[in-house]
Design a protein around this ligand. Structure first.
Ligand code: ZN
Length: 72
């Protein structure tokens, strides 16, 4: 029974073009405009992945007004 759906958000990602390779990386974490697959060194293409929303950790970023919204 699914009573509660996880709160998913569409996240831009790069994913490997090789279907047998499941590597993907968040676009925001990609080191370049056209990253290569860390596993098979193949090309990566842009895509969208639906991921549960992350609770932002205040690691590198200073406090923002946005941060308050994440707590609600
Ligand atoms: Zn790959």
């Amino acid at each position: 029974m699914e009573t509660t759906k996880p709160d998913l958000s569409a996240v831009p990602i790069w994913r490997c073009v090789n279907k047998e390779c499941k590597a993907w990386v968040r676009e925001e974490l990609a080191t370049s405009g056209s990253p290569e697959c860390p596993i098979c060194k193949g090309n990566m293409i842009r895509g969208i992945k639906h991921l549960p929303k992350l609770i932002k950790k205040h690691k590198a970023e200073p406090r923002k007004k946005e941060a308050d919204q994440w707590l609600r």
